[in-house]
Design a protein around this ligand. Structure first.
Ligand code: 13P
Ligand code: 13P
Ligand code: MG
Ligand code: MG
Ligand code: MG
Length: 371
């Protein structure tokens, strides 16, 4: 019996600026989703936030890309946008780029990670929610969970993981995808995903012979590119991910371990800077310093046999991650001192907006040839 876990998120107004989601937006979304539980559309839901991004976590039986579920998320975002407008929140409706819903929220602004799964006897799942960064920010941690034996002991010592996994990687510029097998093609995989603004891990699958069918994802990341949809800067595509754990998959602690290293990601102030991603509990996911540094929240769940979400457990609410947070602060301080210089500021082609064309135009006459 299959159930679908859908995480659909959108920035529909910040409080204040791009800092966090106002509680009334959470309440409004909860009201809309409660009705959907009553009428049988949803099995269960939880509304969370990460920075200024409202997060709908839902279980149901409608499969992925369901017009009914995406329409429901759209309605919840629309209703919350009305509240955001009443409160005068910043960028109310920011991520709702289209006026009318047309069956699927993909390409309309919101970010989506969803998977249809056959529930195991026990189904531990982690949903990750990032703010002030982009989908490629998940490349390093997802790689380490499913392919790096220095992170995941199970790859070496668990006979059910020893065969490795399959990675589905998207070229988000050319809209193409490729599947690579680990450990055999690990160097090819790294050659691609190290270029994290171009090649992003979309899904991870088991291999043939795993107790989970090889066509069922064990991890999925949202890869929506807002600026491609909107054609202009409308904020970075603050991503979400779903990762299943245990029983032939990384243990919960192996899923979380990559975030003990606050790696550099692009995003932060005006979506135009490199900085560390800081693992935080939800109550600390309110980016303020230079609109950051970027944050990641991890919510832990057991999915009950009926498809209910038993949780969340706020997984980074643990002093074991204090050192990562401290390290992230040191990196924040170090990067900030570069001010408008690369590599703190992103290279020209990756910045979400820039004055350079205007500056160049103004200086055009004053540029002289050099020998
Ligand atoms: P427990 O002995 O606490 O159940 O932990 C088992 C385990 O495999 C932890 O990774
Ligand atoms: P968000 O992508 O979280 O809306 O942030 C945009 C921004 O410009 C922050 O400085
Ligand atoms: Mg915002
Ligand atoms: Mg955001
Ligand atoms: Mg955003």
């Amino acid at each position: 019996d299959k159930i679908t876990l859908s995480v659909i998120k959108a920035d529909i107004g910040g409080w204040p600026g791009h800092s966090r989601v106002h509680p009334q937006l959470v309440e409004t979304a909860e009201e809309v989703l409660s009705k959907a539980v009553e009428d049988g559309t949803l099995i269960d839901f939880y509304v969370a936030y990460a920075g200024d991004d409202l997060q709908l976590i839902m279980t149901h039986k409608k499969g992925v890309d369901s017009p009914e579920i995406h329409g429901l998320a759209w309605d919840a975002f629309k209703a919350a946008t009305e509240v955001a407008k009443e409160l005068g929140l910043y960028g109310a409706g920011q991520d709702l780029l289209k006026d009318a819903f047309s069956g699927n929220v993909r390409g309309m602004g919101p970010g989506v990670a969803e998977m249809e799964i056959t529930l195991r006897k026990s189904e531990p799942v982690v949903t990750f929610h990032m703010d002030k960064t982009e989908p490629g920010a998940f490349n390093l941690p997802i790689f380490r969970m499913f392919a790096d034996p220095f992170n995941t002991a199970g790859l070496v010592i668990d006979p059910h993981m020893h065969m490795g996994f399959r990675f589905e990687v998207w070229d988000i510029l050319k809209h193409k995808r490729v599947i690579l097998n680990t450990p055999e093609e690990v160097y090819d995989l790294l050659a691609l995903i190290g270029a994290k603004s171009r090649y992003v891990i979309k899904r991870v699958y088991p291999k043939e012979g795993h107790s989970i069918s090889k066509d069922e994802p064990v991890a999925v990341v949202s890869t929506e590119k807002l600026y491609e949809v909107a054609g202009e800067y409308v904020g970075k595509d603050d991503p979400v991910a779903i990762v299943r754990a245990q029983s032939g998959l990384p243990a919960l602690g192996e899923v979380l371990e990559p975030f003990a290293f606050p790696h550099l990601v692009s995003g932060w102030m005006r979506g135009s800077h490199n900085g560390p991603v800081m693992p935080v509990p939800m109550h600390q996911a309110n980016p303020t310093r230079f609109d950051g540094p970027p944050r990641v929240v991890a919510l832990g769940w057991q999915i009950s046999p009926r498809g209910e979400l038993v949780g969340p457990v706020d997984l980074f609410d643990d002093p074991a991650f204090d050192y990562a947070r401290q390290k992230a602060l040191e990196i924040t301080e170090y990067m900030r001192r570069h001010g408008p210089f690369e590599p703190h500021r992103l290279p020209l082609e990756d910045m979400e907006y820039t004055t350079l064309p205007g500056v160049l135009k103004r200086l055009e006459e004053r540029f002289e040839d050099v020998e």
